[in-house]
Design a binder for this molecule. Structure first.
Ligand code: 8YV
Length: 312
């Protein structure tokens, strides 16, 4: 008999293969998920979810026979790990396979924000480019200072990419990263004051909530830019909106937001901001590999009770 798996979020690149190997039920199709879980929760031994949807303690507890949660995404801030551990439920994520695409996207956002690609595109499309009318001059990226908040796999890949731009790099994280070739800055405020571009690449969750606050943004200053490809919760969004509005920072490139998919109106209207819909890992190649890694984790779990990429 195929193991019965609950699909908590729609994950199109995974669905056909998942259905071939498992008895899958899409929870997202249920009008009354709680009622469905009361009646059927005990049938499931596996849960597949995405980083944006996660798995609440309530959901985990509604499945008394749950053994494994396979997450499509590297971030697990939306999964109640405490509840999973209490219940002895194993959790896997999809590290490594998305590192390059997220780092590429971060750099793309950084350049688009400094060089104002989106506004320049609009300038051309709107017919504003006329003889004698030029687009405003912007800010150079090459040879500037890059501050990286969070030097995990993605933070390191971002720092590595900056080499091609001749940038000087420093980073901040809870503690120095062994063998990192970049300078550690123990104070985030000092890092912000030092750098021209502050890129947020740390994990989300309570531990990093509003790490980038008004004080850090003020330290970044009117010539500094912030880029966030991590989690919206790391930045105090209200403080960011205020800093952008009052030009206390130069601009922001944002792929993530505090209350996705809701984006504050002030950000939609700001001309010093480049926005993206949480899409840094969203290439065909990476999403395919993320899907394969979810499947490989499930196969490994149901074959020999072991995950390939468990949450530590
Ligand atoms: C999204 C991400 O999860 O990996 C992560 O943590 O935030 C992204 O890759 C992706 O949209 C799948 O939900």
């Amino acid at each position: 008999m195929k193991p019965r798996i609950l699909e908590n979020a729609r994950i199109p690149p995974l669905e056909a293969a998942l259905a071939r190997e498992y008895d899958v039920h899409p929870l997202w199709k249920e009008a009354d998920a709680a009622a469905f879980l009361r009646e059927h929760g005990r049938e499931f031994t596996g849960l597949v979810t995405g980083s944006l949807k996660g798995a609440s303690g309530e959901l985990i507890d509604a499945m008394p026979n749950l053994q494994v949660i396979a997450n499509y995404g590297v971030g697990y801030d939306t999964i109640d790990l405490g509840a999973a551990r209490r219940r002895g439920v194993a959790v896997s994520t999809t590290p490594d396979v998305l590192t390059d695409c997220v780092a590429d996207f971060a750099f793309g956002l950084l350049i688009a924000t400094a060089r104002q690609h989106v506004a320049a595109d609009r300038f051309v499309r709107d017919g504003e480019w006329k003889p004698g009318v030029f687009f405003r001059v912007t800010t150079r990226v090459a040879r500037k200072r890059l501050g990286v908040l969070g030097l995990g796999r993605i933070g390191q890949a971002i720092a590595q990419r900056s080499t091609g731009f001749g940038m000087e790099v420093r980073y901040h994280s809870r503690r120095p990263v062994a063998q990192a070739r970049w300078t550690y800055e123990p104070s985030l405020r000092e890092l912000a004051a030092w750098c021209d571009f502050l890129v947020v690449a740390c994990a989300g969750g309570e531990a990093t909530r509003h790490l980038v606050n008004a004080e850090v943004l003020d330290a970044l200053g009117p010539h500094g830019f912030i880029v966030n490809i991590a989690r919206g919760t790391v930045i105090d969004e209200a403080a960011l909106v205020a800093a952008l509005k009052n030009k206390r920072i130069a601009g922001a490139g944002l792929d993530v937001f505090e209350h996705e998919p809701n984006v504050p109106r002030e950000l939609l209207e700001a001309d010093n901001v480049v926005l993206a819909p949480h899409t840094a890992s969203g290439t065909q190649e990476t999403r395919r590999e993320m899907g394969e890694l979810v499947l490989d984790n499930l196969r490994s779990w149901y074959r020999d009770g072991r995950l390939l990429t468990p949450v530590a």
